[in-house]
Write a protein that binds this ligand. Sequence first.
Ligand code: ADP
Ligand code: MG
Length: 140
Amino acid sequence: MEIITKNSQETQKLGQGIGFKLKPKKILALYGDLGAGKTTFLQGLAKGLGVKRRVISPTFVFLKEYPILDGSIFYHLDLYRIENSKDALGLGLKEIFDDPKAIVVIEWADKIEGLLPKKRTDIYFDYLSDQERKITIKEK
Ligand code: ADP
Ligand code: MG
């Protein structure tokens, strides 16, 4: 599926609609350059999931978790600052990926390509213009 959003609100709304329907256990791998809209999208997604706290991209923390009212957990991984998958080995990713309660969203997922579960959703963010982004969703 391919969607073009015309501003950041549209990208947030897209995330929100997807988040509203998501059930654990789910892994979303996000790809795209800095400023492509990954965090914007996942802020909407978190809202749709019912996460009450504001989701920001932590500067030095790679992994943050947010409880959801229904007992599931939203994990936000931002791997911008890691060099390669070796740097992610200490994060306990396997446990998180196997957790039946987890909804995991990974920014810069290409950095841990070899560690990603086969069953996941890939979402690509492409910059088209100042306000336009192309978002491509692929179920694997
Ligand atoms: P990333 O996490 O991929 O680095 P961010 O979501 O943090 O990207 O930043 C996207 C930036 O682009 C924000 O400043 C946002 O306001 C701006 N922007 C402009 N148009 C869009 C759009 N259509 N979708 C998402 N963000 C947009
Ligand atoms: Mg980001």
